[in-house]
Design a protein around this ligand. Structure first.
Ligand code: 2HA
Ligand code: ZN
Length: 272
């Protein structure tokens, strides 16, 4: 079977395009991953061609020998629909959960999403807790959730309660609440571990001044959770009418740490 003709592939591409159309994926912002079912792998593995094994950066033994479809690092959600073979890939995890290799996609080169450690640690936690039911992890730069991280205390209880108040369906859609991670350098093990810890309790975790992670059983439920939370945040922003001062923000030293990790030059005159 052609990979492009499978239901999971079509669902993945449609979800990426929906996210783009929501305005949550400026430039290369955001990332998406899906854990394939055994029968899905068997239906397509004749078209695999295996790359080199690479370190994941975290260890995920519970995901040994699993396959994931993931967006590529530096790739734009805007292009997934028209150029999926350039924008996404399928990866295989090794038998120890320490390495991955690309088996399909990213035909013009590249790597899986820079947030692969967070995606895989979230998948590992959810696979364990839900007995394998959850298969999707989604990260988006949701405008109104990000705005709220400048004006609300960064506490699970406060974010959850405010968002629950914004629409009656909210406590029904996310009864366990949502978690909040304070500002951290993205892309590494520390933020992956902090997020995973909260994903043991919640299906969605806010990254302060950055975006939101959502997890779920399938594409519909995961996209729906992201959409519901972001819509509640939009209502709250409208209610507040932006009358607060910022309670916290990204600090000069944080920008300096970011510059170091991401190898960019941020002139000091902007950081005084
Ligand atoms: O560039 O969203 O968090 C992808 C991201 C990093
Ligand atoms: Zn991001």
């Amino acid at each position: 079977m052609r990979i492009e003709d499978t239901e999971f592939f079509k669902g993945f591409v449609r979800m990426a395009d929906d996210g783009w159309n929501m305005g949550w994926h400026e430039r290369n912002g955001g990332n998406l991953s899906y854990r394939l079912k055994k029968e899905e792998v068997e239906s397509i593995n004749s078209s695999f061609s295996c790359g080199e094994w690479e370190n994941i950066g975290v260890t995920v033994p519970l995901l040994a020998e699993e396959f994931f479809m993931v967006t590529g690092s530096g790739k734009f959600f805007r292009n997934v629909k028209d150029k999926p073979e350039d924008s996404v890939c399928i990866i295989e995890i090794d038998d120890k959960g320490e390495k991955y290799r690309i088996v399909w996609g990213l035909i013009n080169g590249g790597r899986p999403t820079s947030e692969l450690p967070t995606h895989l640690m979230n998948h590992q936690a959810k696979k364990r807790i839900t007995n394998g039911k959850y298969r999707v992890v989604y990260h988006a730069h949701t405008t109104n959730i990000i705005a709220l991280t400048y004006i609300l205390p960064l506490k699970d209880e406060i974010f959850t309660r405010h968002l629950w108040e914004m629409a009656t369906e909210c406590p029904v859609v996310f009864p366990d609440g949502i978690g909040v991670v304070e500002w951290m350098v993205p892309g590494g093990r520390d933020i992956a571990e902090a997020t995973e810890k909260l994903m043991e309790k919640y299906d969605a975790v806010v990254w302060a001044h950055h975006g939101l992670f959502a997890t779920g059983e399938d594409f519909d439920l995961t996209f729906g959770l992201m959409h519901t939370i972001e819509k509640a945040a939009e209502i709250l922003i409208k209610v507040f009418s932006t009358r607060f001062d910022k309670l916290q923000t990204i600090m000069p030293d944080d920008f300096r740490r970011l510059a170091k990790d991401f190898n960019v030059n941020l002139p000091e005159r902007f950081l005084q």
